[in-house]
Design a binder for this molecule. Structure first.
Ligand SMILES: [Zn+2]
Length: 389
């Protein structure tokens, strides 16, 4: 019988990271997906593995594909910010299978009039819906709100398929009460919001301090560790304590402030609020390994286990963003990375090597049950590579 191309079995798995904070490691040595969705997790002998495309993980680790909660895409796999092509493909090689736009702000000549910004948001949503660079799921079409927008504008955006706001504060709306009104309109029509937090990122953007963040009440406290310029420590702690919104830590921010926010969330017993992004492309460029670097940084310096740090870049983000990926759970999208301890990395296990600050090697990425890349060209080489058999 010929193999079913819509069915995938990953067998011989050494470790399954679930993406779930409440149970970050699952029992089992095999995962089955059918038609792009996870259909079974457990012992190979107990699963239906017939007639499938088979990947032998050779004892390595499977985790959900990583989610970058904060990117600034523009069009296709090109960013004008640093004139780079194939930056999304490079991120796939760093284990990222889903990206969320915080605004298509690097478009040269970006329209700031209301009809223009709505048109751009709708067009961006469509072109990433219709074209997935290297298979990566890019959720885009995130308008940057401007003074003068009315409730009807948010209704129209929602009806046209827009589900995200770009970072509040990157446009002309920089005061709390206007931002609060627009964020509320967005929420009413099912549009999720993120607010820029901290000092200006690049010439043209401005300061958003804790009072504006608290008043605006956006769904995500975007880069609470600044992008790059962070708020003073007392304001970061106050934001973690005074509201219940998402706490986003980004690579292109202040690492010390990220650790402060992580520690504060941990003390509050609210780790489910912490999600990770890169905030790239940006002045700092593109970081194909940015999410993996955040995982290694936070687990080596932030006193969280490596398996927990993976949850911040997968399940936490999926739950907060209402995505169907990010967790190894039946019915979810079959988006995986297969990783192993990097060659010559210290530590007895992959988790220990990450907790010592080392990146894992990516051996394969899978999106919707389809193999998208094999040995990463960007990570340090994995000690053992999975193989399609
Ligand atoms: Zn920002």
């Amino acid at each position: 019988m010929s193999e079913n191309q819509n069915k995938l079995v990953i067998r011989n798995i050494g470790l399954i990271l679930s993406g779930m904070l409440e149970k970050p490691i699952l029992d089992g040595d095999a995962i089955v997906s059918v038609d792009g969705k996870i259909a079974g997790i457990g012992r190979e002998a107990e699963l239906d593995t017939d007639n499938a495309v088979v990947v032998d993980a050779k004892g390595t680790t499977v985790a959900p594909g990583l989610i970058d909660s904060h990117v600034h895409p523009v069009i296709g796999d090109y960013t004008p910010r640093q004139q780079q092509v194939s930056w999304i493909d490079s991120c796939l090689h760093g284990g990222v299978t889903t990206m969320i736009s915080a605004g298509e702000v690097h478009l040269p000549g970006r329209p700031k009039d209301i009809v223009g910004l709505k048109a751009l948001a709708i067009a961006s949503q469509r072109w990433y819906e219709n074209f997935r660079p290297s298979g990566v799921k890019v959720h885009a079409g995130a308008p940057v709100i401007e003074e003068g927008m009315e409730e009807e504008d948010f209704k129209q955006l929602s009806e046209a398929g827009v589900t995200l706001l770009g970072e509040v504060g990157l446009g002309s709306v920089k005061v709390g009460d206007t931002a609060k009104q627009m964020v509320a309109w967005a929420r009413k029509y099912g549009i999720q919001s993120t607010i820029h937090t901290g000092g200006p990122s690049i010439p043209g953007s401005g300061l958003i301090d804790k009072d504006v963040v608290l008043e605006a009440d956006a769904d995500i406290i975007g880069h609470i560790n600044g992008g790059h310029t962070a708020l003073p420590d007392d304001q970061i702690v106050c934001l973690c304590e005074q509201c219940q919104r998402g706490i986003e830590l980004v690579h292109n921010g202040n690492e010390r402030s990220a650790l402060l926010a992580l520690r504060t969330a941990k003390e509050l017993d609210q780790m489910e609020r912490v999600i990770l992004g890169t905030d790239s492309p940006a002045g700092s460029g593109v970081q194909p390994l940015g999410i993996l670097r955040m995982i290694a940084m936070l687990s080596s310096l932030g006193d969280v286990s490596a398996e927990t740090a993976f949850c911040l870049a997968t399940g936490n983000t999926a739950r907060m963003r209402e995505l169907d990926c990010g967790l190894i759970e039946e019915g979810r999208s079959a988006d995986f990375i297969i990783i192993d301890q990097a060659q010559h990395a210290p530590g007895k296990t992959i988790l220990e090597s990450i907790e010592q600050g080392n990146l894992p090697g990516v051996g394969m990425t899978i999106i919707d049950g389809v193999i998208r890349s094999e040995r990463s060209r960007n990570t340090p080489p994995a000690t053992i590579l999975p193989e399609r058999i």
